[in-house]
Design a protein. Structure first.
Length: 375
C-alpha cells in the first residue's frame, strides 16, 4: 500500500472476485499480498491458528435444509474445545460486524459457499488504496458524459411510475431534480434512520429495511516512529479477551491497525478518538509486553473514524438475521420500473459487507435500467 494511504473503511480484497479484479486491471492498479499468518494471544503467549480454514469447515456443518437458527445457537450445538469455540464466535462477530445471537446461520453458509468459489480466504490490498479505484470510476463516468454532483444530500423522493422528483440540499441551499427513474444506493443504516423519505412509501421495502441488520465496527490505525514489535509483518493477532480484539501490521511502514466488530464495537460506541487511542496503546502494551508510556513516546499519530455516528452511513455494513435469507433480494427488487436499488445490503450471494458485493449490485442495477430504457 502506498506510504500515504491509511484506510479507515474498506481495506482488503477478499478472494478473487472476477468483476472487481477486472476493474482493477482496467484501472492499472497494483495489489499486494496480505500475510495469512493468524495467531491467538491468550494468557501471555501466542498460538498459531488457521482461523479461516477452521471457520470454513465449521460452517460446512450448517444444514440449509433445516430450520434457520442464529450462529450462536448453531455454535452451541457443536462439539468444540473452548478456545476454538471462542475463536469462532469472535471471528463471526468481528468479521461480519454482527451479533452472533442475531446472525443467520443460513446466511453465513451461503456467504462461505460463495467465498469458496473465489478463494475467499486469500486476502490482498490495493497498493494505492481504494481511493484510487474510486478515482478511476469517477474519471470513467466523466469520460462517458456523466454529471457527478458532490456535497448534495437527498432528503425527499416523490415518485410515481415513470417519474421521480428528488428534493435535496447543498449546504444551506435547496435543490430539486427530475428524472424518469432513480437508482437508490443509500446505506442500509440511512434507510433505517429514515433520513431520506419516499412518497408514497415503498411497497415491499419496509420489511427488508426493518429486517436486515446493520452492524458496527471501530477501527484504529496507529502510526509509529519505528517498528518496535518483534516481527515486521506479523499478520493477524487475535486477543480474544481485549476490547479491541483483532490487530494487524502494515507491510511497508511502522503501522498497526486494530479492529472491533459487532458487540465489541457497540461497547466502544461512546469512546472518543483520544480514548480509543489510549485504549489501543494499553492493549498493544499487554500483547507485546511493552510499557504503554513507551509506546506513546513512539507514536506519531492515530487515525480513526466513527462510521456509526456519520449521518450519511449510520454504521458499518449489513448482515442477514435469522430467517432473513430472502431480505437482500427483496430490498434489491426494482419498484414499478422506476426505483432501482443497489448497495452491499442487496448482495444476493451472501457477500454483504464487501466492496465487490456493492460493485456487483451496481452492475445488476445497470443491466436492469439498460433493459428498461434501451430500444
Amino acid at each position: 500500500m502506498a506510504a500515504g494511504v491509511i484506510e479507515l473503511g474498506a481495506e482488503f480484497l477478499h478472494g478473487q472476485d472476477p468483476v472487481l479484479f477486472q476493474l482493477i486491471r482496467e484501472a492499472h492498479l497494483g495489489t499486494e499480498s496480505v500475510s495469512d499468518q493468524n495467531r491467538v494471544f491468550e494468557n501471555g503467549r501466542f498460538e498459531s491458528t488457521d482461523v479461516w480454514n477452521t471457520f470454513s469447515k465449521l460452517t460446512e456443518r450448517i444444514d440449509l435444509r433445516a430450520k434457520d437458527s442464529s450462529f450462536l445457537e448453531f455454535l452451541n450445538q457443536q462439539a468444540l474445545d473452548e478456545q476454538t469455540r471462542r475463536m469462532m464466535l469472535a471471528f463471526a462477530e468481528g468479521f461480519n460486524a454482527a451479533r452472533a445471537d442475531k446472525l443467520s446461520a443460513h446466511g453465513l453458509r451461503k456467504a462461505e459457499y460463495s467465498a469458496d468459489q473465489m478463494e475467499g480466504a486469500t486476502q490482498m490490498r490495493l497498493r494505492d488504496g481504494y481511493t484510487a479505484l474510486v478515482d478511476h470510476l469517477v474519471s470513467s463516468a466523466q469520460k462517458n458524459n456523466a454529471t457527478l454532483l458532490r456535497g448534495v444530500r437527498a432528503q425527499r423522493i416523490d415518485w410515481h411510475k415513470g417519474g421521480v422528483h428528488v428534493q435535496a440540499s447543498r449546504g444551506v441551499h435547496s435543490e430539486e431534480y427530475m428524472a424518469d427513474a432513480a437508482i437508490v444506493t443509500l446505506p442500509l443504516g440511512v434507510l433505517k434512520a429514515r433520513s431520506v423519505t419516499f412518497h408514497p412509501a415503498l411497497p415491499g421495502k419496509e420489511e427488508a429495511i426493518n429486517g436486515l441488520e446493520f452492524g458496527h465496527v471501530r477501527k484504529i490505525a496507529l502510526e509509529f516512529k519505528r517498528i518496535w514489535w518483534p516481527e515486521h509483518d506479523f499478520g493477524f493477532v487475535h486477543a480474544l479477551d481485549e476490547q479491541i480484539p483483532t490487530w494487524w501490521s502494515h507491510p511497508a511502514k511502522p503501522m498497526i491497525t486494530g479492529w472491533a466488530g459487532g458487540p465489541k464495537a457497540e461497547a466502544l460506541s461512546q469512546h472518543t478518538s483520544a480514548e480509543l487511542e489510549k485504549l489501543s496503546l494499553e492493549i498493544l502494551a499487554r500483547i507485546f509486553s511493552q510499557s504503554a508510556d513507551e509506546l506513546r513516546a513512539e507514536l506519531i499519530s492515530s487515525y480513526s473514524f466513527d462510521w456509526a455516528n456519520d449521518p450519511h452511513v449510520c454504521g458499518a455494513y449489513s448482515y442477514i438475521p435469522v430467517g432473513g435469507i430472502f431480505l437482500p433480494k427483496q430490498l434489491g427488487a426494482p419498484v414499478d420500473k422506476t426505483l432501482f436499488f443497489a448497495g452491499e445490503a442487496t448482495a444476493q450471494d451472501g457477500q454483504m459487507g464487501t466492496v465487490f458485493g456493492a460493485l456487483n449490485s451496481g452492475l445488476r442495477v445497470a443491466q436492469e435500467v439498460q433493459a428498461l430504457f434501451s430500444p
